[in-house]
Each structure stands twice: as structure tokens, then as C-alpha cells.
Write a protein that binds this ligand. Sequence first.
Ligand code: GLN
Length: 233
Amino acid sequence: MNEQKKVVKVGVLALQGSFREHLSHLENLFKELAENSDYSMYEFKACKVKAKKDLDSLNGIIICGGESTTMTILLQRTKILNTLREMITKRHLPAWGTCCGLILLSNHIENNKSKILGDLTYECIGGLDVTVSRNSFGRQLESFTETIDLTEATNHQIKIFKGVFIRAPTITTIDSNDGTKILATVTRNEHTYVIGAMNRTVLGTSFHPELVDGDYRFHKWFLDEFILKNLDL
Ligand SMILES: NC(=O)CC[C@H](N)C(=O)O
């Protein structure tokens, strides 16, 4: 019986930032799904990605929140960056980035032009054809939570969701007509900000579902709509 199960491996980039929270959400979700007969054909595994070899045989990857300058340096030092970029942009590995992860998965950054970091430059992974602006809501102290309506974007799978924003970036433009679309917006101080976007295989959110205790709905949606629907790519 067990041999017939399809192994689905979800990696979480674990160089820095909120990777433990993502792993714990995935582990809890996978425990729930083990009891759900709709998923009985799958055996789910969550694993840390700390080196290039950890990218082998992944079916999806999460790029966690953290500090994108530190993260790009670590991605380059560990030599993960180029392989991961090729997997996401050429081989269409499903990927989801939260906050710093959204920045790294974006093709363009508005307020970060040609930043030099010692012997390196600020390089993104790319995959989502949008432009992001970093730290759109100000400093760490100006972090906030806001209710987000995801009913339409998720086709009623998630309705209301608690958005946690910590020095969050926002999406200023969608740059291609390849099917990239807005996931959600929030309005603050009379300004409406785009706080999530996606194409068929790449998802980016300004907010942190991994920091909402006991709520695995967003992780399940990523698994259902991005990973399981694209298993044969
Ligand atoms: N919570 C976060 O991931 C913050 C992202 C951070 N402001 C950056 O630019 O990298």
C-alpha cells in the first residue's frame, strides 16, 4: 500500500529568517492531511534547504521571511542561487515567498538599484514578473496586522485571513501579461497597496502566514494550487 504513495517533498530555504515557522506549519498541515482520505495517495515531506544538494527532488519550495540583503549574500555564498533560479524560472518548480521571499522572487526591485555588498551585488532569484518596493510601510516598529479578504483570489478556499506585516514590501507594478495577477490588496492611510501576486507556479505575499499560530489554510492552498496541480511539470 505504502509503496504506491507519491512522495511530495516541500523544501523551506533555511539560511536565515522564519524557516522554522514555515516548517512547523507544513509539519502540522501534513499531520492533518495524513487523516484526510482525499490525500491518501500522497506521502508529504517537509525539509530544510541549506545547501545545493538539498534542492534535489523537491516538488516545491518556500522562501521565508527575513532580511533580503542577508539572504541574497547567503544564497550566493552557498551557491544555491543559480541552481534555484534555474529550477524556478526555467523548470517551473512551484515557489512561494513570504515578505523577504517575495522580494527575492520578484524580477525587479524599485528602491534597491545596483546595491554593492562587498564583493557581491544584491541579486534576486526572480520568477514573478512584478516590481516590488522594499519597506513600504516603514520601520519594524510600524509592523501591523490587517484582515485580508482572499475569497475571490483563492476561489473560496480561504475567505478572511490575518495578514501579519513586518517591514513589508509591496508590489508596485505587474510587469507582464503572462498571467501574473494580483492576489490581494490592503488600504492604509487612504492608500491601496498590492500585497500579493502570483503566476501559475510562483506566489509572493508581503504578509507572513507562517506567523499565524494554528492556521495552516494558506500553506494548504499553496500545496493544493501550486504544488499538487503542477506535479508533472
Ligand atoms: N519581514 C521581512 O521579511 C522583511 C523584509 C525586509 N524588509 C527586507 O527588505 O528584506
